[in-house]
Ligand binder design. Structure first.
Ligand code: SF4
Length: 414
């Protein structure tokens, strides 16, 4: 296997960093490793990824698994059916997402049962605000991403090839993952941090087993997945946090290396399949802080999936190749939240800003405070099962049977 040099970091630093930062800029926390002046001005070019010709390892390894969704073509070529990149690989090629290869005319994932980040997080960190508040999510990631976001929070794992992080991986096959989740008293497993779509086989097998064992499955993703594998996943999926990185295909191409329409299709499919999900929109200064675009985005949401899916506007902090941009002004996030509420979205949040009114949940009917959040603590909880305690309006989401379940002291960090 080829050796690729990486800056040396300790395993502890790596795991801490990978776990502390949610993929695709979900939090403002810094990984704190590989800090360097990597930044470059945005080029404005299409940055979609390319396949790595002839870059497959010389042989398969223990954590290789034949792909669940691919087609064999003539001449030993294969085409992957998991995401819209539809990588077409000749024997010996490596995929755009770096973790899948063509070996002798078959497609293999190289990360099955071999996560490089494993951690137990508060569910609010995903962020999932309408799903079993104050519970824990056992979180897993392998290397790999089908995007190339200039602002990636977790690029050390999302933009790495499996062997490059071999020193930091852990063997955790599906049954072991379920056992570890149960041991940590997590109610759910979150497939997260990097891009779980790229470890589809590992995710699906783990999710099926989790479902059989009464553990919830949560997908934290850029939503760049084809319909057929998504439908397969929906059968065992309980909730999702999905990125809507912008509402402009050109920005998707130059900031993220993806396309908008497939992402929108994912929202429609999950809506049709009755899977609870929450949308996140990271407001990147100079890229996605455009009021007209926010209006168009809200309009699309209302027209296509309705007003009830929570929408989180997240504050950007300088990271990775965009480390010279300023953080998003809080006033911009406040304005977008108000705008989205005015447009008709029922539950709109502001993330990565402590003690902002937009951290809380208010009933969309009577506007009473339903859930007050302070960090990962919930000092106020005014739902009765899934209804507002004041006006009995049904609140969308997956809620505990009793308020005590959300309010009781837990072992989560405050
Ligand atoms: S999952 Fe990976 S290999 Fe498959 S199409 Fe997407 S980028 Fe290519």
């Amino acid at each position: 296997m080829k050796k690729i040099s990486m800056k040396k970091i300790s395993r502890r630093q790596f795991i801490h960093g990978g776990a502390a930062c949610i993929a695709a800029a979900l939090t403002s926390q810094s990984i704190g490793i590989f800090e360097g002046n990597l930044c470059q001005a945005a080029t404005g070019e299409d940055i979609r990824g390319r396949i790595f010709k002839g870059d497959a390892p010389p042989q398969l390894w223990k954590w290789s698994c034949e792909g669940f969704r691919y087609k064999k073509l003539s001449g030993g070529k294969v085409v992957c059916g998991i995401c819209p990149n539809r990588c077409r690989l000749s024997p010996g090629d490596r995929s755009v997402c770096r973790s899948r290869v063509n070996m002798d005319g078959k497609l293999y994932s190289l990360t099955y049962g071999n996560p490089c980040a494993v951690h137990t997080d508060p569910i609010e960190k995903k962020p999932l605000f309408h799903f079993k508040p104050r519970t824990k999510a056992f979180s897993l990631a392998t290397t790999g991403c089908n995007f190339r976001c200039l602002n990636c929070q977790n690029w050390e794992i999302s933009q790495a090839k499996p062997h490059e992080v071999a020193a930091y991986t852990r063997e955790l096959f599906p049954a072991e993952a379920i056992a570890a989740a149960q041991k940590s008293r997590a109610q759910s497993i979150a497939y997260t941090y990097s891009e779980p779509v790229t470890f589809f086989e590992y995710m699906l097998d783990t999710a099926r087993l989790a479902r059989d064992n009464g553990v919830y499955n949560l997908l934290i993703s850029n939503a760049y997945i084809n319909r057929t594998p998504l439908l397969e996943l929906c059968k065992v999926l309980d909730g999702a946090t999905l990125n809507l990185k912008s509402f402009d295909d050109r920005i998707y191409r130059k900031l993220n290396g993806g396309r908008l329409n497939p992402v929108l299709n994912t929202f429609k499919t999950l809506h049709d399949q009755n899977v609870h999900f929450e949308l996140i929109n990271l407001v990147v200064p100079g890229y996605t802080d455009k009021e007209d675009m926010i209006k168009a985005m809200c309009h699309w949401i209302l027209e296509n999936i309705g007003p009830d899916y929570p929408l989180h506007f997240l504050r950007f902090f300088p990271r990775y190749k965009l480390d010279r941009l300023p953080p998003t002004p809080v006033s911009t996030l406040t304005r977008y939240r108000e705008l989205a509420i005015q447009q008709g979205i029922h539950y709109v949040y502001v993330g990565n800003v402590a003690r902002h009114e937009g951290n809380n949940t208010y009933c969309h009917n009577c506007r009473q405070l339903l859930i007050e959040r302070r960090g990962y603590m919930i000092p106020t909880y005014n739902l009765q099962k899934s209804h507002c305690r004041f006006c009995q309006t049904k609140i969308p989401g997956v809620w505990p049977a009793s308020p005590e379940a959300a309010l009781k002291p837990s072992e989560l960090p405050s």
